[in-house]
Write a protein that binds this ligand. Structure first.
Ligand code: GDD
Ligand code: MN
Length: 381
């Protein structure tokens, strides 16, 4: 390389920084009670990473067992630096841990992998090499391209759930996930320069999805891999993790106000069900349909409130107390109903609109008003 650079290019220090380095790699491993896997993992990393690829391993640990002590002990036999960041509070779960690791990493390349050996360490050099060859910012180890498979994903049920989640996710983010066949993979290499740690909002297991959607690395390539069986212990994933994933999806998809309004509308539409059921039950119990209508509307409001609190504005609840939010939300929802009739009368009487188009316009107007009101008055940004 040196010989191709004419002397006039100036400061050799500047030129040196332009030389493509062979690259060093920081391996980030999130761990939650994995003490029985540490020794084997470090052993296989030692075997896999050649001397010409300088590496360090950063464990980000939320364990309640002796995993951090085991790591410190085993690290003494390693030819590369090993650090453990133990977190007292497991903020963001697995994804939160990985982001801590990304922040602590000092190499050009960061490989993220599980600590249970379901991700073969032998692939680490290939992930980095593939990124260097293609000048990609992100290299995904995929189970869904030729040469990859998911041996370790036991059971038809888990495979079906995994397929469904992958399909849903790819459908929700067609552009951002172009070229990523396995957005659920927890095994990937990313250039440190492609990580925008400060804008990430990790929530649970799907950290690659978070990075692909929010950090948006420019080029992406994939390398096939076989998802192995666990070496020791059991998966830490729970049903609760499934709900966390849904919340994560909604959070990623509603970064823009327009997308938030669509979700707000969809949640609103599901409110018809408790509303109608309530109306049916109350009139069947002998209540006059007008008070029944008013009461049943509150069932719909309560339903919408719950979903909107937990799915759409979860992160924005902190600005007001629970009672304050309930009161304001219910007021807006009922004002919406009260406002609609005079609006329709105005459109028909004053502007000569047909009843149907007047109703449609009033519905759209009060809906937008209600959304804007809910954003501005109940859940401050
Ligand atoms: N620090 C930290 N905090 N680590 C965690 C936490 C946590 O709250 N929860 C899990 N981990 C660690 C585990 O100790 C393990 O090293 C790794 O994250 C993966 O956890 P598993 O419990 O083994 O996950 P899995 O095998 O069900 O899921 C893996 O495969 C999926 C694909 O089927 C993960 O890689 C997923 O990201 C991936 O989608
Ligand atoms: Mn696992």
């Amino acid at each position: 390389f040196e010989s191709t650079v004419p002397e006039e290019l100036g400061d050799p220090a500047v030129r040196a920084s332009e030389v493509p380095e062979p690259g060093a790699v920081t391996i980030v491993v999130p761990t939650f009670n994995e003490s029985a896997n540490i020794r084997e993992l470090l052993h296989r990393i030692t075997e896999s990473v050649p001397a010409r690829l300088p590496c360090e391993v950063v464990f980000v640990d939320d364990s309640t067992d002796d995993t951090p002590e085991v790591i410190s002990r085993e690290a003494q036999d390693c030819p590369f630096p090993v650090t453990v960041l133990h977190r007292e509070e497991a903020v963001g779960g697995l994804g939160g841990a990985v982001v801590e690791g990304l922040k602590a990493a000092s190499s050009d390349w960061i490989v993220v992998m599980d600590g249970d050996l379901q991700h073969p360490p032998s692939l680490i050099p290939e992930l980095v090499a593939s990124g260097e060859r293609s000048a990609a910012g992100l290299v995904v180890a995929s189970r869904y391209i030729k040469g990859g498979s998911r041996e370790g994903l036991a059971g038809g049920y888990r495979i079906a759930v995994s397929r469904g989640a992958t399909w849903l996710t790819k459908t929700l983010f067609p552009r951002r996930l172009r070229g990523i066949s396995d957005p659920m993979s927890g095994f990937f290499a990313i250039r440190r320069s492609a990580v925008t740690a400060e804008i990430l909002q990790p929530l649970g297991y799907k950290i690659l999805l978070e990075l692909a959607v929010r950090s948006r690395p420019r080029e992406v390539t994939e390398v096939p891999f076989v998802f192995q069986d666990r070496f020791a212990g059991e998966s830490k994933s729970t049903a609760q993790e499934g709900f966390r994933f849904l919340r994560h999806l909604v959070g990623l998809r509603t970064a823009s106000p327009v997308a938030r309004m669509v979700v707000f509308g969809l949640i609103g539409a599901t409110g018809f069900l408790p509303n109608l059921l309530g109306l049916y039950a109350l009139t069947a119990a002998g209540l006059h349909y007008v008070p029944a209508e008013i009461l049943a509307n509150q069932f719909g409001v309560a339903w919408n409130f719950l979903l909107i609190e937990h799915l759409l504005f979860r992160e924005r609840r902190k600005h007001r107390s629970w009672w304050d939010r309930v009161g304001r939300f219910a007021l807006l929802a009922n004002a919406d109903l009260v406002l609609r009739i005079p609006l329709i009368a105005l459109f028909v009487g004053h502007f000569g609109m047909g009843a149907l188009s007047a109703t449609a316009l009033a519905l759209v107007m009060t809906f937008v008003l209600r959304f804007v009101g809910t954003e501005a008055l109940v859940y401050l940004p």
